[in-house]
Design a protein around this ligand. Structure first.
Ligand SMILES: NC(=O)c1ccc[n+]([C@@H]2O[C@H](COP(=O)([O-])OP(=O)(O)OC[C@H]3O[C@@H](n4cnc5c(N)ncnc54)[C@H](O)[C@@H]3O)[C@@H](O)[C@H]2O)c1
Length: 423
């Protein structure tokens, strides 16, 4: 169902659906936990009302019957207002009254203090560990955008919160949408069934041009500017290897059954050097070694005028595969099935899992893929080899600002391999 289909849904149809779900709610043991007043509808709170958050709210409504957006929170009033204007076209499925709109650094907690069943976490990733911890503490099911942290300390917080969510029977679904794409699911199933033998090598890419920048206005403090222009500050985005290339790195971990044992990478800031681009790199190349000895080459670049390539490739002992499309092995295969919008499907899977009483929990695997990308960045920034064990268990790297408040926050120095210390 598209967002437009949802828009046209009449109030009567919406209530009829919610009523039908209420019958199920009356018999299902999870219902008392999930549905306040047994209405059967799933109430969603959006936290981080930017481009993806607004899109995710639409996708969530489009994914399943009886879903309503009822609360919103953002750091900035202007971002919340523009998201609200956009989402108003959802009609009955969008019902955010002014007393359920929250602005500021504590907006997330205020959304979580309402009776929402699910929160969508779509702020810059530097805030994700704090917010997923809080969501789970408040007993909320979570849809969280990738990446889910920017440093090893944040990863440990997400891993711990995911364990608590599992104990509490809460769902966590992540915005690594390839895991919900029928073509990837089908090809990957065949790879895991041995269609290309043992996977011994892989390549993955996210090479493209520049993304957006948010120029500084005179009234902005350092903190406000860095958050509005968050892509370019490692504490907020994790750098583009983490923010964007995680999608392809996640596919490699999926194919190989888990994260790598070590990473050796390099990169730099060669072209995108203007101060408006903060301090992040504009290219990375990393070699990841997996427990079975498989070597994966990863490459990402955000430089205009260069060759673009986004995707993944796998080499096995008996063939090769493009994990989103085809297999060349003992038996060739090309996915020709119907595709569904993965941005909608991930929400359909989340909501169905909540309603079935078998909540999905993707917290660990998305935290592992995020940490894999972070390892690549740590290696490129420092010039050192990074082991999984070090990154997961020993590294004390914590990039969060000491306080979440508007005020001074100097731009960090550009990392320099051989000089930037490994923490
Ligand atoms: N899965 C995908 O394909 C995909 C695509 C795009 C973005 N994303 C991810 O979605 C997330 C958001 O990206 P975006 O493109 O929507 O960015 P954006 O800048 O458009 O939106 C971020 C929003 O979060 C708000 N915000 C910032 N700090 C906040 C805080 N402390 N509390 C509350 N709100 C806060 C901002 O004001 C803004 O409205 C990122 O993690 C990004 O990597 C995923």
């Amino acid at each position: 169902m598209s967002g437009n289909d949802t828009t046209s849904r009449s109030r009567r149809a919406f209530l009829k659906t919610s009523g039908a779900l209420a019958v199920g709610a009356a018999v299902a043991p999870w219902a008392s936990r999930m549905h306040v007043g047994g209405s059967g509808e799933i109430k969603v709170g959006l936290i981080g009302c930017g481009g993806r958050g607004t899109g995710a709210a639409r996708n969530c409504v489009a994914s399943s019957e009886g879903v309503r957006i009822v609360a919103m929170g953002d750091l900035f009033a202007d971002r919340l207002a523009s998201s609200k204007r956009n989402l108003s076209s959802l009609g009955e499925a969008f019902d955010v009254t002014p007393d359920r709109e929250f602005v500021g650094f504590d907006a997330y907690e205020k959304v979580m203090a309402t009776d929402v069943d699910v929160v969508i976490l779509a702020t810059p990733p530097g805030f994700r560990p704090l917010m997923v911890e809080a969501a789970v503490a408040h007993g909320k099911n979570v849809f969280m955008e990738k990446p889910v942290a920017v440093d090893p300390v944040g990863i440990r917080r997400v891993l711990a919160a995911s364990e608590v969510a599992a104990k509490k029977g809460l769902a966590i679904v992540a915005g690594t949408q390839r895991r919900h794409e029928l073509n990837y699911l089908e090809v990957m199933r065949r790879i895991h069934d041995g269609a290309i033998g043992e996977v011994v090598a892989g390549q993955c890419y996210w090479n493209q041009g520049f993304l957006w920048v948010h120029s500084r206005k005179p009234e902005y403090s350092d903190m406000e500017w860095q958050i509005r222009n968050w892509l370019y500050f490692t504490w907020a985005s994790g750098d583009h290897i983490c923010e964007q290339h995680i999608h392809n790195i996640d596919v490699m971990n999926w194919a190989l059954g888990g994260p790598p044992v070590r990473a050796m990478g390099m990169g730099g800031r060669q072209v995108r050097t203007a101060p408006v681009c903060g301090h992040i790199f504009d290219h990375f190349a990393v070699e990841f070694e997996y427990p079975n000895g498989a070597i994966v080459q990863s490459m990402c670049r955000q430089i205009d005028g260069t060759k673009g390539r986004v995707g993944e490739h796998l080499v096995g002992t008996k063939g090769q595969a493009n994990p989103g499309r085809w297999i060349k092995g003992a038996k060739d295969f090309r996915f020709r099935g119907k595709r569904r919008d993965p941005y909608v499907q991930e929400h359909a899977d989340l909501i169905a899992s909540i309603r079935s009483g078998n909540p999905l929990n993707e917290g660990r695997r998305v935290a592992e893929s995020t940490l894999t990308a972070i390892m690549g960045r740590m290696s490129a920034y420092t010039g050192k080899e990074i082991t999984w064990d070090f990154a997961l268990n020993e590294s004390k790297l914590d990039l969060s600002p000491s306080r979440h408040e508007f005020g001074p926050l100097p731009t960090p120095k550009v990392a320099m391999p051989g000089k930037t210390p490994l923490v």
